[in-house]
Structures are given as C-alpha cells and as structure tokens.
Design a binder for this molecule. Structure first.
Ligand code: ZN
Length: 147
C-alpha cells in the first residue's frame, strides 16, 4: 500500500538523519546526572548527561555514544523531546515510547512523541527493541538518581 511505503520511507529518512547528525550530542560538565547504558547484543553504547532544574525539569541533556542507527537515532530524538520537560511528563513519555516499541495492545495517546512514533516498526524485531529503548532506560535511571 502507498501509505505503508510512504511511512517506511519517512522512517528511514528520520532514522538516517538523526543517526548521521545526532542532536544534543556531547557531554555536560559536572554537576549533572551521568548514566552509561549498553546493549551488548548489538554493541550499542550510550552515555547520557542530564542537568535538572530546581523543580526537577530537564534543563540540559546530552548524549554520547556509538552503535547502530536505531540506538543513536532514538537517543537523539529522545533528547530533543524531553528537553525542558518536568520529570512527570518525561516519565510519561518513557512509558508512551515503551508501549510504542513493545507493541502494547492497549490504545494509547502517543501524539506527544511526534516522529518517535515512527519507531514502532521495531516491535517486530525484539533485538531492535533493546536498541530503541537503550537511551530511554538511561533517562529513566538518570531521573531516579538525579536531583
Ligand atoms: Zn542496536
């Protein structure tokens, strides 16, 4: 179907764009929460740096890493989406994204994820789900540890 082809093309464009030109790529100087995550089955690594504001909002976020296009694109897109968000909203986005890539049966409101919804294609490939979730798991950990 034409729509499927269009979506697949968009998916590939977005993934390639973010993996080639990752946004918010780099490190933050201390003090900040720093979490290292890896996905040995694919060889993906992500170092996530988050500086929280006084109200717990994500003031600054950067990531560093290497790995497959999906892991890097997902990290890049995640940092764009959660920057400036408070912890409750960021936590809700993590949950939304998990449902998108895990293929949760329940209908969910995931509009706030924007382009990230394109990653739902990975749900057919359990190994790829780990790639897509890597940076999000790191964010979850950073929010638990970070002030
Ligand atoms: Zn990977």
């Amino acid at each position: 179907m034409a729509m499927n082809d269009e979506l697949r093309e968009l998916y590939q464009q977005v993934i390639l764009d973010h993996s080639r030109k990752p946004r918010n790529f780099g490190e933050l100087a201390p003090p900040c929460a720093h979490v290292h995550g890896d996905n040995p089955s694919c060889g993906d690594e992500v170092d996530l740096y988050v500086r929280f504001g006084e109200g717990g909002e994500i003031n600054e976020i950067k990531f560093n890493g290497q790995g497959c296009a999906i892991s890097q694109a997902s990290a890049s897109m995640m940092t764009q989406k959660v920057k400036g968000k408070g912890k409750p909203e960021a936590a809700a986005m993590i949950e939304d994204f998990r449902r998108v890539v895990m293929g949760d049966e329940e209908p969910v409101e995931v509009d706030r994820l924007g382009d990230l919804q394109l990653l739902e294609g990975v749900r057919k490939f359990p190994q790829r789900v780990k790639c897509a979730m890597l940076a999000w798991r790191a964010l979850e950990q950073a929010m638990e540890e970070g002030e």
